[in-house]
Structure formats: structure tokens, C-alpha cells
Design a protein around this ligand. Structure first.
Ligand SMILES: *Cc1c(COP(=O)(O)O)cnc(C)c1O
Ligand code: SF4
Length: 395
């Protein structure tokens, strides 16, 4: 029986989905859970427990994985830059013995984060420049990015918003939300509001509802999107209560940030299943990261996992040049080659768009393999995915 069948056949889950979903704990999960005195499998299912018990120190992390000197020094030094926080669930996916583990690379600080390269910027996408009110970025004609939280379940070491995320700031609150609602209300061209952060799903349901209700009340807003990593880093957060809350404000499209097939666990599959069954179109966003997913086989594997779980691959981002990100960044050529090795070789649905968010505020710029070999007069020479050339005569 595979894990999804285990879920479906669980008597706890008959018609009504009840918590806990009763997904058996993996060996890795059991191992990590044991480190928390007095905690049991029910705590493990509780997203608030997971948040409260996030791994924040070297001492606790050392009990889960054997840290390299590069990691130890990283944890010691990144403190005030971007704090470390890893939910026990996510930590259970790490390979204790392999410093190259793709899960580990994404969330355990390394000393290389302290090195600044000349091309690096605090705000690489120039979001502040396009921010009419605090927490709102109006970069494109008909849509806005609405930052509602500075907190995430887990802090990704390459985070494009590392300037603002973490446990310190707390500059976003109902006052900034109200100013954002006013702005959206007075700009009738805004038909699409993308709620992000930080991670919106780390907010409590009341605050989330406050935000959704106010946006939904603006008649020219046609739909809402939520950008989140929580279904991956803290899938326990996708509770029946959250789902029924979100359903009230449909249509809501949900973009899930995921970078490696190892992240798509039975628990994540279950969270996606709940979201998809309840009518939320799911998309994905991934960041191209050296050592994590800068390989066409890994990326294709991830996209296949996503498709199987009704998540439509949407974007692969070139890793933004935030301060201390050189060790994560790959060449743009690598990104293009990955797309080239997917397009035609697998389902078109599984191929996302590769984008570079232009430094300085240019927005997302798609970069695609070039399939035009030559173009003279009305004659195009095109190449197909397999490298064969075909002539096409234009009108
Ligand atoms: C990514 C982004 C959006 C949404 O862009 P789409 O291409 O429509 O997904 C909107 N505003 C900002 C500032 C963004 O960075
Ligand atoms: S979840 Fe998103 S906002 Fe939060 S740390 Fe990761 S990349 Fe940054």
C-alpha cells in the first residue's frame, strides 16, 4: 500500500477529514520527535507545536544532524542577518550524514552567507522602489504584491526578501494592511492581489480572514493569490479550518514554493490533495539553487511530483543576488539548459517558465531556449526539442 492509500483507507478519515490525518510517522519523523521530551504524534500533527518548537540553535540541530564546521560557523554568525528556524517536521527530512543534502542546504546556514559579492543587493528586485505604501509592491499594471507577514515557518537561506523576513521586524500589522486596502480600493486597475511575505499562512486564521475579507470586499479585485512555502515546510498548517476559511474567499490561487522532489512527502501530498479537492488551483514556484536542483533530472523529478499532486509548475526563478548568495547561484545558462532538457522531453504541463527578476525593479523577465536557428525573409529555420531542423515559411 502506498502512503496515499494509507491515508484514504484510514477509518479516521471516512467522509469528514479529521485531524490528525493519521499519516504514519516516517522513521525520520520518529527520530526527531524523540528529541522533544514529552511530545507525541499528536503534537507532531499540530502546526502550532511545530512552530513553537522550530529548531533555532546549534545545540538542538546537532542532535539531528552532524554539523560541518562550515555550518557551525554559519549558524554562529548569521544570527542578526537571517535567523535560522526549521520546523521539526522539515528537519526530519534532512540527511544527518550528508552535508550536501538538498533539504539541509536550503535551511542550515553556511559561513559562505557572510561573503558579499559585488553584484549583490539588499533588495535585489527593487521592491522598495515600487512600494506606494509599506507592504505593497505595485510593479505591474494590473496587479499588486501584498506583503502581510515577516515570519516564515522556515527561513530559506537564499530568501529574496531576507532584508525583511525574520523574527525581529514586525512592521506589518493591521495599520499597514488598512493602508494597503485603501490603496487597492483607490486603484481600480488592480484586478489581482498576490498575498505573500514572509509567509501569509504563518498568520493565525483571524488575521488571515481580516485580510481576505477586506480584499474580497473591493469590487474590482477579480481574484486573490497566496504565495506560500507552508504546504512544504509545515504541511500540518493545512487544516480543515484553514480550508473552510479560504473557501469563503474563492477564487484563490495558491502558489507553492518547492525546490526538491524530497520535499514532496506523504504529508505534503495530503496537504495538496486537501487544497486541490477544495477547489484551489495550485501552482508552483521554485528557485534554481546550486547543489539543490541545478540538474535537469532533479528539476524534472520535482515537476513530475508536483503534477501528480495537481500542482501546475509555474515559475523557476533565477536565484536573486541577495547579500551572501553567491554560493547558491548558478549561471543563467544552466537555467536555460534545464528548461531545454524538459521541453519536449516531458509533458508540457510539467515545464515551468524560467525567469530572472531583473535587479533594480525590472520585474520578471522570462528566459527561454532559442528555437529559431535562422530567420531570413519569410523563411524560418526552427529546431525541435531533439535538435532537428525544420523550415517554416511565414505568411
Ligand atoms: C511576481 C510578482 C507579481 C506576480 O507576477 P505574475 O507574473 O503575474 O505571477 C506581482 N508583483 C510583483 C512585485 C511580483 O514580484
Ligand atoms: S518561505 Fe519565502 S519569504 Fe520565507 S524565507 Fe523562504 S523564500 Fe523567504
Amino acid at each position: 500500500m502506498n502512503s496515499l492509500e494509507t491515508i484514504k483507507n484510514n477509518p479516521l478519515l471516512s467522509d469528514e477529514w479529521k485531524m490528525p490525518p493519521g499519516i504514519p510517522l516516517s522513521q525520520g519523523e520518529k527520530r526527531v520527535l524523540k528529541l522533544f521530551d514529552g511530545a507525541d504524534a499528536e503534537d507532531w500533527e499540530d502546526w502550532r507545536w511545530q512552530l513553537r518548537n522550530r529548531i533555532r540553535t546549534k545545540e538542538v540541530l546537532k542532535r539531528i544532524i552532524s554539523l560541518t564546521p562550515e555550518e557551525e560557523q554559519g549558524i554562529d554568525q548569521v544570527g542578526e542577518k537571517l535567523t535560522m528556524a526549521i520546523p521539526p517536521y522539515f528537519a526530519s527530512l534532512m540527511d544527518a550524514a550528508n552535508p550536501g543534502c538538498p533539504v539541509r542546504l536550503q535551511c542550515v546556514p553556511r559561513l559562505a552567507e557572510m561573503i558579499t559579492s559585488p553584484e549583490e543587493l539588499v533588495d535585489p528586485c527593487g521592491e522598495e522602489k515600487y512600494s506606494p505604501v509599506h507592504g505593497l509592491v505595485h510593479r505591474y499594471p494590473d496587479r499588486v504584491l501584498f506583503l502581510v507577514s515577516e515570519t516564515c515557518a522556515m527561513y530559506c537561506r537564499y530568501c529574496t526578501r531576507s532584508r525583511m523576513v525574520g523574527e525581529g521586524g514586525h512592521t506589518l500589522n493591521t495599520a499597514t494592511y488598512d493602508a494597503a486596502f485603501d490603496y487597492i480600493r483607490s486603484h481600480k486597475e488592480i484586478r489581482d492581489v498576490l498575498i505573500s511575505g514572509g509567509d501569509p499562512l504563518t498568520l493565525g486564521n483571524n488575521m488571515l480572514e481580516y485580510i481576505l475579507r477586506n480584499i474580497k470586499a473591493i469590487s474590482h479585485v477579480e481574484f486573490i493569490r497566496i504565495g506560500t512555502r507552508v504546504p512544504i515546510s509545515l504541511p500540518q498548517r493545512i487544516t480543515p479550518d484553514l480550508i473552510s476559511l479560504l473557501k469563503k474567499y474563492a477564487p484563490i490561487w495558491i502558489s507553492i514554493h518547492s525546490n526538491h522532489p524530497l520535499e514532496i512527502t506523504p504529508r505534503v501530498q495530503y496537504a495538496c490533495q486537501q487544497l486541490a479537492d477544495n477547489g484551489f488551483p495550485l501552482g508552483s514556484q521554485s528557485v534554481l539553487l546550486k547543489g539543490v536542483n541545478d540538474d535537469a533530472r532533479v528539476m524534472k523529478g520535482l515537476m513530475h511530483e508536483l503534477i501528480k499532486n495537481r500542482v501546475r509548475p509555474y515559475y523557476i526563478y533565477q536565484c536573486d543576488p541577495i547579500i551572501g548568495s553567491r554560493h547558491f547561484r548558478t549561471s543563467v545558462t544552466t537555467g536555460v539548459e534545464i528548461i531545454e532538457q524538459m521541453r519536449g522531453f516531458t509533458s508540457g504541463y510539467a515545464v515551468p517558465t524560467y525567469v530572472v527578476d531583473a535587479p533594480g525593479g525590472g520585474g520578471k523577465i522570462p528566459i527561454s531556449p532559442d528555437y529559431i536557428v535562422s530567420h531570413v525573409g519569410n523563411k524560418y529555420v526552427l529546431r525541435n526539442y531533439d535538435g532537428e531542423h525544420y523550415d517554416y515559411f511565414d505568411v
